[in-house]
Design a protein around this ligand. Structure first.
Ligand SMILES: Cc1ncc(COP(=O)(O)O)c(C=O)c1O
Length: 389
């Protein structure tokens, strides 16, 4: 497969795209359920969900119908007037997630969700130091990127020494930092995605909840990748039974329509004008997000993620040549003891299967939550063949 630069050079565009993505030379033009199709009509099984974004499957009829109906009425009007779709979404999300006593603030992406969560914590405590964990990924903007453990994507403008990184699971270190009295928030992913599908233990999560409560520090759960049913529970942190102060969501919330959300405990009182957005919570986005929750309920997608995820984990654990399999539900990391770049290429080129990667040695599975056992079995068969080649 040709790298991007060659593709762009071959075609003489008058305006070039800012070339930050190393692309596979495939154009996906259509999707249906867990299948996608390129311009020649070739079919690809989607074990990647466009990076954990496709939750209810590609082109679900109810989703398409809801978007088409809303688009024919109204796509957007500003947050200066009542938009009852926002309240309908909040009602449904509160019920589906078990957080109906929380408040919802809507924005457009995961990074924005974390920016707003960190701002709420800082306004609330009057403090500005943040604790985050090794291998964390929280987004690419301002405070979110500062809390991301990857110096390569933190520009000098973002490097403001607000964030202290600790090893994931280090409760003693966390307590020591909290005791200094200057921490606004601890931010942690329900399951680390970009970091290689690393699951904080349930004990650590419970200790962390206790420690942040004792210290009066805001606990932010970034469920942008691990949330919205992906782990087999609505939120990954619900395996530990804790209730964080703030939860951030994006990716699967609207099945590809750009949207993010912040779920905020009732202890935070809203202040007019303190937060705001032009596009966040717009009519079309709300219609998409409501349709997603309708489908979750009707098609029992959280339960399906648990069931098909369990099947995949069990099958993968018996495949020879894999170093380790980690995951919950349909968020699975397959660690090999060699770089997986060529294996991913073979999976796409020869088997027509999309997967993701984390770092060099981990294949990441983030399929639509509607993946069937048959499709999962098709993946296992192809994966075994691909690693044997
Ligand atoms: C855990 C987590 N937080 C935040 C983000 C940032 O989301 P977005 O790309 O929508 O800004 C991501 C994206 O991969 C993520 O996985």
């Amino acid at each position: 497969m040709k790298p991007t630069r060659e593709i762009n050079r071959a075609k003489r565009y008058s305006m070039k795209l800012f070339d930050v993505y190393p692309l596979f030379d495939i154009e996906i033009v259509r999707g249906c359920g867990c299948k996608t199709y390129d311009a020649t009509g070739a079919e690809y099984l989607d074990l990647y969900g466009g990076h954990a974004v496709i939750s209810v499957g590609h082109s679900h009829p109810h989703y398409i119908d809801a978007l088409a109906k809303q688009a024919s009425n109204l796509v957007f009007y500003s947050n200066s007037v009542v938009n009852s779709l926002q309240q309908r979404l909040a009602d449904k999300l509160g019920k589906a997630s078990g957080y109906d006593d929380y408040q919802l603030f809507l924005i457009n992406s995961g990074a924005e969700a974390n920016e707003n969560a960190l701002k709420i914590a800082s306004f609330h405590t009057g403090k500005k130091r943040i604790i985050a964990y090794s291998k964390a990924f929280h987004g690419r903007t301002s405070a979110a990127v500062e809390a991301t453990d990857n110096p390569k994507i933190v520009s000098p403008l973002n490097a403001n020494e607000h964030v202290t990184f600790l090893p994931l699971g280090d409760i003693d270190g966390t307590r020591r930092e909290l005791a200094k009295g200057d921490v606004a928030a601890v931010i942690i992913e329900g399951i680390q995605g970009v970091g290689g599908i690393r699951i904080p233990t349930d004990d650590f999560m419970r200790e962390l909840r206790r420690a942040t409560e004792d210290a009066g520090v805001v606990l932010i759960l970034d469920e942008i990748q691990s949330g919205y049913g992906r782990s087999g529970r609505f939120f990954a942190h619900q395996y530990s039974g804790i209730r964080p102060d703030i939860i951030t969501v994006a990716k699967g919330i609207a099945n590809g329509y750009p949207m993010g959300g912040v779920l905020i405990s009732p202890k935070f009182k809203p202040v007019y004008g303190q937060l705001g957005t032009t596009f966040g919570g717009n009519h079309l986005g709300c219609a998409a997000a409501i349709a997603v929750l309708d489908i979750f309920e009707k098609d029992k997608l959280v339960e399906n993620a648990a069931k098909v995820g369990e099947y995949l984990m069990t099958e993968l654990k018996s495949v020879p040549g894999i170093k380790e399999v980690r995951g919950r539900g349909l968020m699975i990391g397959i660690e090999m003891d060699y770089p997986v770049k060529d294996l991913r290429y073979r999976l796409i080129k020869d088997k027509h299967i999309f997967t993701g990667a984390s770092g060099t040695n981990v294949i990441r599975l983030l399929p639509p939550l509607s993946l069937t056992i048959d499709e999962a079995a098709q993946f296992i068969k192809s994966f075994k063949e691909a690693i044997a080649e």
